[in-house]
Design a protein around this ligand. Structure first.
Ligand SMILES: [Zn+2]
Ligand SMILES: [Zn+2]
Length: 221
């Protein structure tokens, strides 16, 4: 087992690559550099190491996780999401992701299994993102950008890539735009790339770039 122990950096890359590949988004160095907050040459070096270690392939077809990479990435994601739940009663919602980033590398498989059972086998993280293998649980939720004005919804999910943005999470928490919140779509201004949403009697304006990362359940009645 020791030989499979991956470095923290590699595990952090794996979880990002997992999300991009799962969502069918291209894995591009510049985008990774932006998401991780490092320079492009640093990303290139890390991707080379990951290729050497058999976690990814890089060729004319792009950058993709190998089977080994997928298995390792799912493992990191699971641990990350369980650690978010574990800290939920102790930390503000907007801080869970950052804290779980530290803890996810340290937990043993035995403790991980115990936490999973203790939490009642959750299918999503506290941000509403699916545990690997539980994608069906979130399949019916649609991004705010696909809705019409006046629609009533329940906020269900703040996408993993939005979790990478601490000021955004703090903003959403302050506005109470978290999973479980009831909301009504207000004005949608395509020329301005903004959507306003009424949550808890308060009107919140979001840009499309953020709104597409917030998924909701539509109320049918
Ligand atoms: Zn997270
Ligand atoms: Zn999360």
């Amino acid at each position: 087992m020791e030989q499979n122990k991956l470095s923290q950096t590699i595990e952090d890359y794996l979880s990002l690559l997992y999300v991009l590949e799962r969502d069918g988004e291209p894995i591009v160095g510049a985008r990774l550099a932006e998401l991780i907050g490092v320079t492009s040459p640093t990303v290139t070096n890390t991707l080379k190491r990951m290729t050497r270690d058999g976690l990814i392939t890089m060729d004319d077809h792009g950058t993709h996780l190998t089977e080994h990479g997928w298995v390792s990435a799912k493992d990191v994601m699971r641990r990350h999401m369980l650690m978010e739940w574990m800290m939920l009663r102790m930390l503000p919602w907007s801080k869970l992701h950052g804290e779980a980033h530290h803890l996810e590398h340290a937990i043993s498989p035995e403790a991980e299994a115990a936490v999973y059972e203790e939490l009642g086998r959750p299918q999503t993280c506290p941000h509403g993102n699916p545990l690997p293998g539980c994608e069906a649980a979130v399949a019916d939720w649609v991004p705010l950008t696909q809705l019409a004005s006046g629609q009533k919804v329940t906020i269900r999910r703040v996408h993993e890539l939005a979790e990478e943005n601490p000021p955004l999470l703090a903003f959403l928490e302050e506005k109470k735009m978290m999973p479980g919140a009831q909301a009504t779509l207000g004005e949608i201004l395509p020329f301005n790339q903004t959507i306003s949403v009424e949550v808890g009697g308060q009107l919140v304006t979001l840009g499309f770039a953020v709104a597409r990362y917030i998924f909701v359940e539509q109320h049918t009645a």
